[in-house]
Design a protein around this ligand. Structure first.
Ligand code: HDL
Ligand code: ZN
Length: 443
């Protein structure tokens, strides 16, 4: 099958909107529309160029992606502590040799690096990284970002921004120019999942909070969030929650969730993104690669959607077993928007199952995918894999509809793909609002 790579034509082929397509025409029409439509990437760990070193890109960062580090430790005698003592280049070299030379790069994450090299017409089977390094070192980040997002068919990237990360906070406090292709998301993990280690940072900044989040603490956290909203102009707030998350439950975190976060989201008309099911550092020796997954009790989500009908919840779950329940809950609560095939779910075999059941139960009222990219060039393979996986799924869907008696036009397909990969996200966040920062960088 021809990979539905994003084409740089910039325009959707001439549409024969009114004519129902024959079965034979459906698949190529789906492929064309997916290839020509620019997507919104609703969750990434990328940073706009103005954030400097916080933004990861290039071959050494691609190879030291924590997905590949986890796979490396399975195929090498190198112990984690030995690996962590290597330089970034040495780490990339040993991962390349182990996973791409001594073994065949057949996993999703290794194949992704091959796809990125191919997209830049770089050799994919060299014994070392010399040529790839030479290419990436010759790139200037501003034009490279434009080119990469264009190759990935992505118009907007939503970052993950942590106001309690000292390095990132310093960039925001200095003032950072807006970039028309990057928007912020206000990340709350340190507040909601690690209050005991971070309340003093807020106190040190003049917010009247205490360890038990008593008294005015919740109101002061809400003020902190509104202050950072003014700085970041985030399109949503977000938190990653463990598989053990329960609501209601008398905890500091739940009190802050209810009285500070959800209240601020209503005040600022922002959705709250809940990413549920992670089990942090089950193997601490692997650091970021050491997290795992657990099945959550989604009655917590049910209770939140019911108790806070004026809040919008943008939700991704990490356990395959929770995906079907999430679909059913989305049928019960229109303030719940399922999004993406997150992390261990972002593999074609599972993406296919999740996406088919979402279409069957939700039509086009969900957000099929996000990249979760940590390294800029990953959006190229993650989004072209999405196009490749979605083509047969959407084609089958339309063929079934046609068989059951309703013809499908290219216009229908364009409308549906636009809703799935752009307007559902835009309608739920203030992505449509122009950034109101100092100056939107021309880029
Ligand atoms: O919490 C999150 O946003 C997760 O996506 C983690 O960052 C995780 O490490 C990851 O990169 N998953 O793809
Ligand atoms: Zn993420």
């Amino acid at each position: 099958m021809r990979t539905a790579l994003f084409k740089s034509t910039g325009q959707v082929p001439v549409s024969r909107d009114g004519e129902p397509l024959t079965d034979g025409q459906i698949s190529s029409a789906v492929e064309d529309v997916l290839a020509a439509t620019q997507f919104v990437d609703i969750h990434t760990h990328l940073f706009a160029p103005a954030f400097g070193k916080l933004g990861l890109w290039g071959i050494d960062e691609l190879l030291t992606y924590h997905y590949l580090e986890a796979e490396f430790f399975r195929s090498s005698d190198t112990r984690p502590e030995e690996y962590w003592s290597l330089s970034k280049r040495e780490q990339a070299d040993v991962i390349w040799r182990t996973l791409f030379v001594e073994n065949t790069p057949v996993s999703e994450a290794t194949r992704g690096v091959v796809a990125v090299l191919k997209a830049f017409q770089l050799p994919t089977d060299r014994p070392d990284l010399a040529e790839a390094r030479c290419f990436f070192e010759a790139q200037s980040i501003e034009s490279h970002v434009r080119r990469v997002l264009q190759m990935a068919g992505v118009s907007i990237v939503v970052m993950t921004n942590d106001p309690l990360d000292p390095e990132e906070a310093a960039v925001w406090l200095k003032g950072v120019a807006d970039h028309r292709q990057y928007r912020a998301a206000l990340r709350l993990d340190r507040i909601l999942c690690n209050w005991s280690s971070h309340w003093q940072v807020l106190a040190g900044q003049g917010y009247r909070v205490d360890e038990r989040a008593s008294g005015k603490s919740a109101a002061e956290v809400r003020r902190f969030l509104v202050d950072w909203y003014e700085r970041m102009q985030p399109v949503y707030m977000a938190v990653s929650l463990p598989d053990t998350f329960e609501y209601p439950q008398e905890t500091v975190a739940n009190r802050l969730l209810k009285e500070a976060v959800l209240a601020a989201c209503r005040e600022l008309d922002l959705p709250l993104s809940l990413m549920i099911g992670v089990r942090k550092r089950v193997n601490p020796a692997l650091r970021l690669a050491g997290d795992a997954v657990g099945r959550a009790d989604l009655r917590a989500l049910e209770n939140l959607c019911r108790e806070f009908p004026a809040n919008r919840f943008l939700v991704s779950v990490l356990s395959r077993e929770n995906q079907h329940e999430l679909c059913v809950y989305a049928r019960k609560f229109s303030n719940l928007m399922p999004f993406g095939c997150w992390w261990f779910m972002n593999n074609p075999s599972i993406v296919e199952e999740i996406t088919r059941e979402r279409i069957e139960m939700l039509g086009t009222s969900f957000i099929p995918q996000h990249s979760d990219a940590r390294v800029l060039e990953q959006v190229i393979y993650k989004w072209n894999n999405t196009r490749r996986t979605l083509t047969p799924i959407l084609s089958d869907t339309y063929r079934l509809l046609s068989e059951d008696g309703r013809g499908v036009t290219r216009g229908d397909i364009q409308r549906d793909v636009t809703r799935l990969f752009r307007s559902n996200a835009e309608a739920w966040t203030n992505l449509r609002a122009p950034v109101s920062g100092s100056q939107a960088q021309s880029s």
